[in-house]
Design a binder for this molecule. Structure first.
Ligand code: HEC
Ligand code: HEC
Ligand code: HEC
Ligand code: HEC
Ligand code: HEC
Length: 205
């Protein structure tokens, strides 16, 4: 019963959000919808922006259609993993906490102040580091704030779920690409099979 009323509340909240934002779009078509919203991963306001030609394209983003991000540097997972560099050398938080962490240019320079310094790309990297320009990585796997998802890496790593289960084989990727569809069904099915909690509030806030 408790679960059913939570379900109803969450669905209601989702329906309300959608209606409210759609209504907002009709009220002020093509306008950014309010200054209080956090910027989304595309660097614009989350749902309705001038970048969305129509309510349709905004709704598509709302339901998880993910355009390929454009990264600020020609980075290759493949090269690093083939040289035996570990995920945790760059994603230092992944075993301890919720967030894996994306490397700052200082992390790159721990190695590249010595390694491969004769290569043009590393010289470019060194120049950026000297100019104190950091690398603004675009997110690949993330959720729109409207889905109110809470994810935590650490319990998965403790439970020995492989990175590749959720992110594919990075040894075959240059920059990361969204090869696994991390939608709700994917989470819930595994939780069911591993007897992990499927309470709505395990994954939603
Ligand atoms: C059970 C699925 C799952 C596993 C296993 C997993 N991830 Fe993730 N990862 C996610 C999800 C979901 C997100 C997006 C979370 C968000 O943005 O709220 C994410 C985001 C990330 C990010 C970017 C955001 C951040 O947390 O810094 C990195 C980097 C990352 N994962 C690396 C790894 C590495 C390295 C491993 C293995 C040690 C790993 N992941 C294992 C599901 C997983
Ligand atoms: C733990 C050490 C380590 C870290 C941290 C690291 N790298 Fe590397 N990187 C290497 C190694 C080892 C190679 C392979 C060098 C070789 O070919 O001999 C490499 C190769 C490269 C190359 C290819 C150079 C070429 O043209 O052949 C680029 C580009 C590069 N790294 C960029 C980065 C960036 C950007 C970061 C930070 C996000 C980073 N690296 C972090 C160790 C590291
Ligand atoms: C040498 C540093 C380095 C190593 C080693 C490394 N990564 Fe990354 N990773 C990065 C950088 C830089 C990015 C940001 C650019 C991109 O998206 O590819 C990134 C991005 C990611 C993302 C996308 C996160 C998001 O949501 O934006 C995932 C997932 C990921 N890495 C997983 C892994 C896994 C799994 C391993 C080990 C098998 C690994 N990485 C090893 C540097 C590294
Ligand atoms: C391949 C299996 C698998 C997938 C996929 C998966 N999980 Fe999990 N998840 C687990 C396991 C196993 C645990 C650990 C349960 C435990 O420690 O008792 C866990 C734990 C969690 C926890 C911590 C629960 C707690 O009680 O502290 C959260 C939050 C979570 N998962 C969210 C997610 C989300 C969100 C997704 C999808 C993006 C996801 N999981 C995908 C297997 C998975
Ligand atoms: C194991 C994790 C997990 C559990 C448990 C879970 N969800 Fe989700 N849910 C997710 C993830 C991850 C997404 C985002 C999927 C995406 O962006 O594609 C999501 C999306 C949603 C959405 C859609 C919002 C949107 O972005 O379109 C609704 C509504 C929702 N969940 C309701 C529920 C309800 C109700 C329950 C309890 C019966 C529940 N969820 C339990 C992980 C979970």
């Amino acid at each position: 019963m408790v679960l059913r009323s939570r379900t109803a509340a969450l669905l209601l909240a989702a329906a309300f959000l959608l209606t409210a934002t759609v209504a907002c779009e009709f009220a002020s078509p093509g306008q950014p919808s309010g200054a209080t919203q956090k910027p989304s991963r595309w660097g614009t306001s989350p749902v309705f922006t001038p970048a969305h030609a129509s309510a349709g394209s905004a709704i598509k983003e709302f339901f998880g259609s993910h355009p390929e991000p454009k990264q600020p540097f020609d980075f290759s997972h493949k090269i690093h993993l083939s040289k035996g560099v570990l995920c945790t050398d760059c994603h230092t938080g992944v075993e301890q906490g919720a967030v894996a962490g994306l490397p700052s240019i200082n992390t790159c320079m721990i190695c590249h102040s010595q390694i491969a310094t004769d290569r043009p790309l590393i010289q470019q990297l060194t120049k950026m580091s000297e100019a104190k320009t950091d690398l603004q990585w675009q997110r690949v796997y993330d959720f729109v704030p409207q889905s109110h998802v809470r994810f935590d890496h650490a319990p998965h790593i403790r439970a020995k779920v492989e990175c590749s289960t959720c992110h594919g084989n990075l040894a075959e990727q240059t920059v990361a690409t969204r090869v696994v569809k991390l939608d709700m069904a994917y989470c819930v099915n595994c939780h069911k099979s591993k007897q992990a909690s499927n309470d709505c509030l395990t994954c939603h806030y």
